[in-house]
Write a protein that binds this ligand. Structure first.
Ligand code: SF4
Ligand code: SF4
Length: 116
């Protein structure tokens, strides 16, 4: 009888939780969200990689590329504060759910030589 009452109550009242991912919560003010880069400003110094506590950043100076594992990132913001040219920033909410893991990869395009 007690169980029937509980089942009926749960069926007739509002959900206790959000129907994520269909309903998402508003982002909190000043939340440290997903890590982003303005790749054209990056000088590939590797400071972010050295300072990252999760060791989830890869920097290839020769290949002029930068990558991060968003599934290992803990959103601490240390790399953002450490970057000497301020090309890293955090934005929005945490990563949306996905079915497969992947790296976030950015590479600078070759710049054409200035005319002489
Ligand atoms: S610290 Fe900044 S400039 Fe240096 S590699 Fe990282 S993102 Fe690029
Ligand atoms: S936010 Fe923190 S964990 Fe994520 S890449 Fe930057 S230093 Fe690493």
């Amino acid at each position: 009888m007690f169980m029937t009452k509980t089942v009926l109550k749960n069926l007739l009242t509002k959900y206790a939780t959000r129907l994520y991912p269909f309903q998402t919560r508003e982002t909190f003010k000043d939340v440290k969200g997903e890590l982003k880069i303005e790749i054209d400003k990056c000088v590939f110094c590797g400071v972010c990689k050295m300072r990252c506590p999760s060791q989830c950043i890869g920097v290839d100076k020769k290949g002029r590329s930068w990558e991060v594992d968003p599934f290992a990132c803990v959103y601490c913001g240390i790399c953002v504060d450490a970057c000497p040219v301020k090309c890293l920033y955090q934005e929005g909410m945490y990563k949306a759910p996905v079915a497969e893991k992947h790296m976030v990869f950015h590479a600078q395009e070759e710049k054409a030589d200035a005319p002489t």
